[in-house]
Design a protein around this ligand. Structure first.
Ligand SMILES: [Zn+2]
Length: 404
């Protein structure tokens, strides 16, 4: 049986080192779970992730809120019952959670007070923090709530912890009516927000540093808003600063002109691609004439099998298709490199199956591909240019034989 653990963080959230006695040590699902008579470790609950740290030399990887009022520390080494140990909470991680969590109280209260937008969800993740609102706000409403939250932070208002009986709580103006029964832990940001909450918060709003909205989207009839506070906001700023600086160097424009410069570059790129495709098609038609002129008569058809420099898959396809537009033509075109690409096309009046020809080639030289009787393409053929051409000629000739 677990003894109810004294939660040091309830009254002293800044306590990162403490002495305690091991009250139980056992194994659950192959993991060692240790309980203590008192702890400063925060267990995953209320949208806030657990702390990490050390119990003596044992590493604490996870902290659980147990059903019977105990707190379970998942450690990498067992600890004997009755041992006196020194616990150390990873303070950088905990303080980050305190900044995000307190920032969330301030932000949620700002949405509520300015726009009557209630917070219906909160998540504090390793990288992202979100609040879910019950209504949709426009960009200027979001900005005004963000400004209001930062005003409260910069006024450095005290954030107090107290405990209230159900009778006392009945007369208190909570932002959100508490659903818990029994005594409540009340977190108050002076003259701004009162919430029943079991999480860890900073002692003064100024420690939050800054509250910044990262992004927002419509979500379940309301909105999901991603935000960052304190050191996370600074890290985010640095990432964005470097990304923007890099983009500005590439495009040689002022920051405010970046979106339109990217739009302009995209439009230009699209136009160039269209021009390039048109030119490629015209070039293919032109080159196809030369190919047809070099065709060999085999089995009643005109056959051209060549390896061509400087053509990609799309170009080879355009070229082979253009050649096969002439009556009696069969074209098998390879790229110059190894492994090779290949496109096989035939005119509608020639009775060979391009897909079957390709399959024979792939059977000999490996690679992948497929197609239809009039046009097939593949890649990854391992063979010298001479071998590929000789084999293709042989396979085409065999399939053009009467009765083939
Ligand atoms: Zn809280």
């Amino acid at each position: 049986m677990t003894i109810v653990t004294e939660r040091i963080y309830y009254t002293d959230p800044t306590c990162a080192e403490f002495e305690a006695t091991v009250t139980s040590s056992g194994t659950v699902d192959g993991r060692t779970v240790v309980t203590l008579d008192r702890t400063a470790f925060y267990p995953t609950s209320g949208g806030q992730p657990h702390d990490t740290g050390w119990l003596g030399d044992a590493q604490v990887a996870d902290v659980l809120d147990l059903d019977d009022g105990g707190i379970g520390h998942i450690v990498n080494a067992p600890l004997a019952d009755g041992t006196r140990i020194r616990g150390r909470v990873d303070w950088a991680r905990r303080f980050d959670h305190m900044q995000q969590h307190t920032g969330q109280h301030v932000l949620s209260a700002a949405f509520d007070r300015l726009h009557r937008a209630r917070t219906v969800g909160f998540h504090l993740g390793a990288a992202l923090s979100t609040v879910d609102l019950d209504k949709v706000l426009d960009a200027s409403a979001l900005a005004s709530a963000e400004s209001e939250a930062n005003r409260i932070v910069w006024e450095d208002r005290p954030v107090s912890i107290r405990f209230a009986t159900p009778e006392e709580a009945a007369g208190m103006a909570f932002r959100k009516e508490p659903t818990r029964t029994g005594p409540l832990r009340v977190i108050e940001i002076r003259d701004f927000d009162m919430s029943a909450c079991g999480g860890t918060h900073v002692a003064r709003a100024g420690e939050v540093g800054v509250v910044a909205l990262r992004s927002w989207e419509k979500f379940r009839g309301g909105m999901r808003i991603e935000f960052a506070c304190g050191a996370r906001a600074l890290r985010e700023f640095r990432v964005l600063r470097d990304a923007v600086a890099g983009s500005l160097r590439c495009l040689s424009v002022a920051p405010q002109d970046l979106p339109s410069a990217i739009e302009g570059a995209q439009a230009e790129n699209k136009e160039l691609r269209r021009t390039l495709r048109d030119l490629g098609e015209r070039l293919a038609v032109h080159e196809a004439g030369a190919l047809v002129a070099r065709a060999q008569p085999i089995g009643g058809a005109s056959v051209v099998v060549e390896a061509l420099e400087g053509w990609d898959q799309a170009g080879l396809k355009a070229l082979a298709s253009a050649a096969a537009g002439r009556p009696g033509m069969v074209a098998a075109l390879f790229s110059a490199g190894e492994p090779a690409l290949v496109v096989i096309a035939r005119a509608t009046d020639v009775n060979v199956d391009a897909a079957a020809l390709l399959k024979s080639l792939l059977g000999r030289f490996g690679g992948k591909g497929g197609g239809k009787p009039d046009l097939a393409q593949g890649g990854g053929l391992a063979g010298s240019r001479a071998d590929l051409i000789a084999a293709a000629v042989q396979i085409i000739a065999a399939s053009l034989q009467p009765g083939a």
